[in-house]
Design a protein around this ligand. Structure first.
Ligand SMILES: *Cc1c(COP(=O)(O)O)cnc(C)c1O
Length: 352
């Protein structure tokens, strides 16, 4: 007998590498552009005396600002420490049933980690050969459903109509739509939260808001869903949103023009890179995100991944069934993408 017999042993989620130094980082879907100058100003003028006091348990001014900008009542919004925290609380809150929860087989690789950690039975539903979600596959008995839209790491968007079909066909399950990438040109199901009391929409400041380092995520849903999530949150840690986070988040939300500009820059770069990748012999499902999930006609993804890394360019590759031949390439600045494309051109020419 040892204390180790009593350890809750888990296999953790493996985040993308965060290497230091002069590298081109296209591996964790961060935004290549900095937050608005208003964020800098807000942090510089922050009154550090305030740090003596606990923050507001619900996010205070950040909640007020989100409510104003999204036009959604405050008691229909939950704020967490990034959407990973929001999703983790949602899993603990809504998936206490006996039937398995459902999510796609190729998807965000944190879902099965939480399911294991919280002892939630789950079943993965295969995407079709085009990496698309088949809506009829989500009609079987289940204890809940999680779908990212657009999906990660594929970048594929599912139509609002198809998602509504899944949500309305499962009135006895909470359906979580993880919209981490929705601001890069996809449509949001947010307008449906008043129609379906089983719909929870999760978004994040990490990608389209240029603030992965600040850790803000939010969920939108009807009052009862949000109340149940708060009950769980207040059973773990009430003061999750610190005062500096609130100041930075509010300032970012106050600069909608900047956000629009940054997002359209990323989308324009993505569309340009799609053309270049095609010319180089890559194919990929059409992306509505800030990344492209691409496979080369001749060269293995692993070889490209390793060669790029040697040149200081980091993309993401998984040693996993079905997606072994794919690279997930985050859209960086135009300059970064030019360097990456130049590397690919040289590597592919030398290889073939
Ligand atoms: C990035 C990502 C998240 C979590 O991001 P946070 O930084 O924790 O907000 C959640 N879901 C998907 C699908 C993601 O790609």
């Amino acid at each position: 007998m040892s204390w180790e017999d009593n350890v809750h042993k888990v296999i953790p989620y493996v985040p993308g590498e965060q290497p230091k130094g002069n590298i081109i980082k296209l591996n964790t879907n961060e935004n290549p552009y900095p937050p608005s100058p208003k964020v800098k100003a807000a942090l510089e003028s922050f009154d550090t005396d305030e740090l003596r006091l606990y923050p507001d348990v619900n996010g205070g001014e950040l909640l007020d600002k989100l409510s104003e900008v999204y036009g959604i009542d405050k008691d229909k919004i939950f704020i967490g420490v990034g959407s990973d925290d929001v999703l983790s609380v949602a899993f603990q809150t809504f998936f206490a049933g006996k039937a398995p929860i459902l999510f796609p087989d190729v998807t965000y690789s944190f879902y099965d980690v939480w399911a294991e950690l919280y002892n939630i039975p789950y079943r993965t539903i295969p995407l079709n050969e085009d990496f698309r979600i088949v809506k009829e596959d989500y009609l079987c008995a289940n204890g809940g459903i999680v779908i990212p839209n657009p999906n990660a790491p594929t970048g594929v968007e599912k139509s609002i109509e198809d998602l509504e079909y899944i949500i309305s066909s499962n009135p006895d399950s909470v359906v979580i739509i993880d919209e981490a990438y929705v601001d890069f040109g996809a449509r949001s199901v947010l307008p449906l939260i008043d129609r379906y009391d089983n719909l929870l929409v999760v978004q994040t400041f990490s990608k389209s808001f240029c603030m992965a380092g600040v850790r803000i995520g939010m969920a939108f849903g009807n009052r009862r869903l949000i109340k149940y999530m708060n009950d769980v949150k207040f059973s773990i840690n009430s003061y999750t949103i610190n005062r500096l986070t609130v100041a930075a988040g509010v300032a970012m939300l106050e600069d909608e023009d900047y956000l629009k500009e940054v997002r359209s820059k990323v989308v324009a770069t993505r569309e340009r890179v799609k053309g270049q990748l095609k010319e180089l012999g890559f194919s990929f499902p059409d992306s509505r995100t800030n990344f492209i999930f691409a496979s080369h006609e001749k060269i293995s993804a692993k070889d490209i991944f390793e060669a790029a890394k040697k040149k200081g360019i980091y993309v993401r590759w998984w040693d996993k069934l079905r997606i072994y031949d794919y690279l997930r390439i985050t859209i960086g600045t135009d300059e970064q993408m030019d360097t990456f494309i130049a590397f690919l051109r040289e590597f592919i020419n030398g290889y073939i």
